[in-house]
Design a protein around this ligand. Structure first.
Ligand code: ZN
Length: 463
């Protein structure tokens, strides 16, 4: 019985861990390394194991940094079974197809450039294509029901249970037996926290001998959620009074649906005008919202009640889905009274850049950031107070009101991680993954009654 680590090691992206037990090889997640072009190389290098030898892939959730290398895994010979929840299957399909499309587009751009300047055409090939992403869907087999143990092979049982992070997200308990010795191995996946909209609260984890846990916010405590929702309503109302538009750069998965949910609630409770015009201007967010509507089994009691009462938790009277490019462009003609949600969340691409171009220079408009903005991104430059920013080759002055609302997060914070770990009993070993070193060190100092290891890439351990 052993475990090896092939991504998200002292880093937050590229999650991929390999278990070996009773003659079977089981992969937990196969995510993409994200954060810049230099990482293309990291994604395309060998996995650190032979894909054709893997029997099962257990997928915790559909974020790109957990599922993004699956099409590549299949392209390189994986023929095993992928097991996850039915909501995750649908979301992962959307996420992988979108990633493949973006890679093809980027490759075409790089190849045109290479042709012009006589560069290396081979280097400009996509990691995988849309066809590869479609092919890997054939490997998705049995659907996991949360809370129900599943036998993968003699001596290997897995139970998925709700992690409360995004729709369908799960932690995994593996009960392993080999040559008379038994181990309970627990993978946290990414962890959410209780009291958020839409999703059921994460389940307290069972006891385990070995724990592999995320540590994204191991050194941080989150702001409260309620004041953040109030801030969102205030930003909208102030902007409407000034006669401008509100631009909300939005991540397509979870955050977009959360914001729709809070806007609906704001209308219901009279905090914002019932007829506020809201555009969800992102084909991917629209598709993700439709997937949310199909999975009430993931809802918390409040969301479930809305749904049972015949209402749609993600809809409000003034909401428009604008999937087509022409519809998106038509929004540019509106100079007041609109709330425009568009991707990408960090403004690194996508339709939001057009809306910023049309609104950022107008003091009556506003930009409301509701998510994480990495260093070096357009979102971060605006948040940090840039006086002008470059969009589509044009220098645009930043005169709009900028709101940064910090209380929305899909990840739990330090206190939540420590509380989660306490529920696992007294594990012999805890491996920290999915975190930067500062964050891991802070969390490691707070975990009692366990030995903590922060694995290096491709490091292996006996269980
Ligand atoms: Zn995640």
């Amino acid at each position: 019985m052993d475990i090896s680590f092939h991504g998200a090691d002292r880093d937050v992206t590229g999650s991929c861990h390999l278990l070996q037990c009773a003659g079977k090889k089981i992969l937990i997640d196969c995510g993409m390394f994200q954060g810049g072009r230099e990482l293309a190389e990291e994604n395309s290098r060998p996995f650190g194991f032979e894909p054709s030898e893997i029997d099962f892939l257990l997928l915790t959730h559909a974020h790109l940094d957990h599922c993004g290398r699956i099409p590549l895994l299949v392209k390189r010979g994986f023929q095993g079974e992928i097991i996850t929840t039915s909501a995750t299957v649908e979301l992962a399909r959307l996420v992988m197809l979108d990633a493949a499309g973006l890679q093809e587009e980027e490759a075409r751009y790089q190849q045109r450039k290479a042709r012009r300047h006589g560069g290396n055409l081979k280097a400009a090939e996509p990691l995988y294509t849309v066809l590869d992403a479609l092919n890997c869907l054939d490997c998705f087999g049995r659907k996991a029901s949360q809370g129900q143990a599943m036998e993968l092979a003699p001596g290997i049982r897995v139970t998925f249970f709700n992690a409360g992070h995004i729709l369908g997200s799960s932690s995994l308990l593996l009960e392993l037996e080999e040559k008379g010795s038994r181990r309970r191995v627990l993978f946290s996946g990414d962890l959410g926290y209780g009291g958020r909209a839409i999703l059921r609260d994460p389940e307290p984890p069972p006891h385990a001998d070995v724990v592999i846990m995320e540590s994204t916010y191991g050194n941080r405590l989150h702001k409260q959620l309620e004041p953040s929702i109030e801030e969102l309503y205030t930003a909208i109302n102030e902007t409407m009074d000034r006669g401008g538009n509100v631009i909300i750069p939005t991540f397509a998965l979870e955050r977009a649906q959360e914001i729709l949910y809070y806007l609906r609630e704001g209308v219901e409770r009279g905090h914002i005008n019932r007829y506020t015009t809201v555009f969800l201007d992102s084909p991917m967010a629209i598709s993700a919202t439709e997937i949310f509507e199909r999975h009430p089994e993931c809802y918390d009691p409040d969301t479930l009640k809305i749904s049972h009462d015949g209402d749609n938790p993600f809809s409000l009277p003034g909401l428009h889905f604008t999937r087509e490019t022409a519809e998106s462009m038509a929004i540019n003609q509106i100079d007041r009274g609109a709330v425009i949600m568009a991707g990408s969340g960090m403004c690194t691409g996508g339709r939001v850049r057009h809306h910023l171009k049309h609104n950022l220079w107008r003091p009556e408009s506003s930009v409301v950031f509701v998510g994480y903005a990495a260093r070096g991104t357009l979102a971060r430059r605006i948040i940090d107070g840039a006086e002008t920013v470059r969009i589509f080759g044009e220098e645009i002055p930043v005169r709009a009101q900028i709101y940064t609302i910090g209380g929305f997060s899909a990840h739990t914070d330090q206190a939540g991680l420590v509380a989660w770990h306490r529920h696992t009993g007294n594990p012999d070993i805890t491996y920290l993954v999915h975190g930067e070193e500062d964050s891991m060190n802070a969390l490691a100092g707070l975990l009692a009654h366990t030995r903590v290891i922060m694995p290096e890439p491709d490091q292996a351990f006996e269980l």
